[in-house]
Design a protein around this ligand. Structure first.
Ligand code: PMP
Length: 437
């Protein structure tokens, strides 16, 4: 069989230490990932590094799934329309876009996504991860330079590497470092006979999924214009999650979406569906439809999924004739601010912007995350814990994802549970007494 090598601390940690704390990962769940969810009960056996399934299951408050607008709930008009679509279209299109796999429903969805974003056109891909990894190589290649935020998602990193362009990373959300890299790439380059790169592409995310930070978009746009670079913006965690109309970071800062060259995002988080999109100018989208691997060599999105996107986006745009969309985005904002403020008052250290529905709560020590996960499940709350290599070794954390579907009672219950665990694990750091010697 496969024998891993333990030559570095990193590989030793990933293999031995992670196996000991894997109780918090890959836990099977069942049913709809709504405001509550069902987890399959199991007991860990530390000595044999294995699990025993007890045959039972528990319903817990769900702070782990990305369900920002509450559309994963599987009820209401979306669910009815999806059900009808599956009856009419079946489950799969059995073909790629170019091979009779492009439905009238896909056409409707592409148009709707473009309208939602406020750009000329958009095209959709059945998987968010592939949207990044398969489209960046169609945009840049050898002789191009990519400037990538150091905390960008793995799908962006893979896309950048596959492109063959030169990649440089800049410090997370640090505009000084981004400008330094841009200057070095153009202005300071000798001899100054020509522009040294065919294209320069800046790659950033809207809301960072492990930090809860929001990209400094106005500044990035200023720099990209000043140095004549292109901007690729991944809105996986910001589309439908922030901004007064739920239209992401562009909406949040009140900017023009057409100033962003490549608008990317996923349907997996806010829209309760799956897949990704790229929006932008007609020329960009036409180019990708012809040249992207994800458009040519992969089957189109499943009809039921496309319908979920169409139905939920119509609600968000108010095209269902109600103010349901507006209510959802306002509820998410209220929930986010309330939950963050209460946790801070309790003495927890949080990362991220006050409007970010991704709420990382710092535990720092890797040894605490398994206990946090287990204790919260025992008390009726499911939450994701994150450690190395997804975070630096000493920045382990729990990550809460808020949803418009959480009621105030649910938030209060979760806050009480978190407070109790905080006392148990001594992680209310800002309330901690300084050590006396
Ligand atoms: N981009 C970012 C920033 C992400 O966080 C993720 C996944 N969480 C993806 C892309 C991939 O999206 P999907 O899960 O829809 O494949």
């Amino acid at each position: 069989g496969f024998v891993p090598l333990y030559q570095t601390w990193e590989s030793f940690y990933s293999w031995y230490v992670y196996r000991r704390i894997q109780d918090c990962f890959c836990r099977p769940v069942s049913g709809v990932p709504g405001a509550k969810m069902v987890v399959i009960d199991r007991e860990s056996n530390d000595h044999r590094w294995s699990f025993q399934y007890t045959g039972g299951h528990s319903t817990v408050l769900n702070f782990g799934s990305y369900n920002y607008l509450g559309f994963s709930q599987n009820s209401g008009p979306c669910a009815e329309e999806v059900e009808q679509t599956i009856k009419n279209y079946g489950v799969s299109v059995c073909g790629s876009r170019q091979e009779l796999g492009y439905l009238d429903l896909h056409k409707q969805m592409d148009r709707l996504v473009a309208d939602y974003l406020g750009v000329e056109d958009a095209y959709t891909v059945p998987m968010g991860f592939a949207t990044n990894s398969m489209n960046i190589p169609s945009l840049v290649g050898k002789g191009c330079l990519i400037l990538s935020d150091e905390l960008n998602h793995a799908s962006l990193i893979l896309g950048c590497r596959l492109s063959g362009a030169k990649i440089k990373t800049f410090k997370h959300n640090c505009m000084k470092d981004l400008e330094k890299n841009l200057r070095e790439a153009i202005v300071d380059k000798q001899p100054r006979t020509h522009r040294p790169w065919k294209k320069i592409l800046i790659v950033v995310e809207g809301v960072y999924s492990m930090e809860g930070s929001i990209v400094k978009l106005p500044e990035v746009l200023r720099l990209k214009k000043k140095y004549k670079a292109y901007l690729y913006l991944d809105e996986a965690h910001s589309i439908g999650a922030i901004g007064p109309h739920g239209k992401g970071v562009v909406d949040y800062f009140g900017l023009n979406p057409r100033d962003v060259d490549i608008m990317m995002g996923t349907f997996t988080k806010s829209f309760g569906a799956v897949g990704g999109y790229i929006g932008g100018s007609q020329a960009l989208v036409n180019h990708l439809r012809l040249y992207s691997h994800s458009a040519i060599y992969s089957s189109s999105m499943a009809p039921g999924v496309a319908q979920q996107i169409v139905s939920s986006m119509n609600i968000m745009l108010g095209r269902d004739g109600t103010r349901e969309g507006e209510k959802r985005i306002q509820q998410l904002k209220w929930n986010t601010r309330y939950f963050r403020r209460r946790l801070q008052e309790m003495g927890f250290i949080l990362y991220g912007n006050k409007d970010s529905p991704v709420v990382p709560l710092l535990m720092f020590m890797p040894s605490k995350i398994a206990k946090f996960s287990r204790e919260s499940l025992n008390r009726g709350m499911g939450v994701v814990v994150v450690g190395f290599p997804a975070t630096p070794m000493t920045k382990c954390r729990a990550r809460f994802c808020l949803s418009a579907s959480h009621t105030k009672e649910m938030l209060d219950e979760a806050l009480q549970i978190t407070s109790d665990i905080g006392d148990l694990l001594a992680i209310k750091y800002s309330k901690a007494e300084p050590p006396s010697y």
